[in-house]
Design a protein around this ligand. Structure first.
Ligand code: PGA
Length: 250
């Protein structure tokens, strides 16, 4: 179902005590009930964060990644089922840092999406172009290909469970945000590609988040765009005041 969402991707930040302080502060604050706040801490904090948000229907927990296999001899890895068993309902898949530093390609990401869905986790699927592709005006084609390669094998009933996050790689952690015009243009394009493949109902009901240097100063303008349903927040999700301000920017 399409809804307003702000998801905080902590990445590899926050040890247990400061992480719990951050969640406690966010949960205690006054954020709009109709905005779903998703917290994506490192794996080892999932159960503790889930415990903190227990009983709050406007909060949820996400993992930042999952393994593609259901279980097995994969030392050091974490399965979708384990994530779900810790009280998380979401998992970020395809973040550009996973693609870049861990060599995750479309085929692998498609497997991860399938495995997550099989464990009743909602994938927050990230896609976005590099700066070279934006400059060469191939950004639309790039994102279309990413959608096709990792997601368009899904039947409509599964596809409609997803959340999409458009994260231009050149905007992640750089302080350079996409303009609202650029964000709306890409979000509208993504929705129209989904419409072509799955029809109007699916495309109108899917939530598409923007990610990349989103902060309390620019969130309002970005979230006001017709096809922007919220944000996937990195750096600014590590400060309670900033995350709260972003959640109140609709
Ligand atoms: P950023 O990260 O907000 O720090 O740019 C966003 C993300 O990587 O999801």
């Amino acid at each position: 179902m399409r809804r307003k969402i702000v998801a905080g991707n902590w990445k590899m930040n926050k040890e247990l005590a400061p992480g719990m302080e951050l969640v406690t502060e966010i949960v205690a604050s006054n954020t709009a009930q109709d905005v779903l706040k998703i917290i994506a801490p490192p794996f080892i904090h999932l159960a503790a964060v889930a415990d903190k948000i227990k009983g709050k229907s406007d909060f949820a927990v996400a993992a930042q990644n999952c393994h593609q296999a259901e279980n097995g001899a994969f030392t050091g890895e974490i399965s979708a089922g384990m994530i779900a068993s810790c009280g998380a309902n979401y998992v970020i898949i395809g973040h550009s840092e996973r693609r870049q530093y861990f060599g995750e390609n479309a085929q692998l990401l498609a497997q991860k999406v399938n495995t997550a869905l099989a464990q009743n986790l909602t994938p927050i699927f990230c896609l976005g172009e590099q700066i070279e592709q934006r400059n060469a005006n191939t950004h639309l084609e790039t994102v279309k290909q990413q959608l096709k390669d990792a997601l368009f094998h899904l039947p409509a009933a599964d596809f409609s469970k997803l959340i999409i996050a458009y994260e231009p790689v050149w905007a992640i952690g750089t302080g350079v945000t996409a303009t609202s015009h650029q964000a709306q243009g890409m979000h509208n394009f993504i929705r129209s590609e989904i419409n072509k493949k799955y029809g109007k109902e699916v495309s109108e009901n899917i939530s598409i988040l923007y990610g990349g240097s989103c902060n309390p100063q620019n969130a309002k303008e970005l979230f006001a765009c017709m096809d922007v349903d919220g944000g996937l927040i990195g750096g600014a999700s590590l400060k309670a005041a900033d995350f709260i301000a972003i959640a109140n920017s609709f």
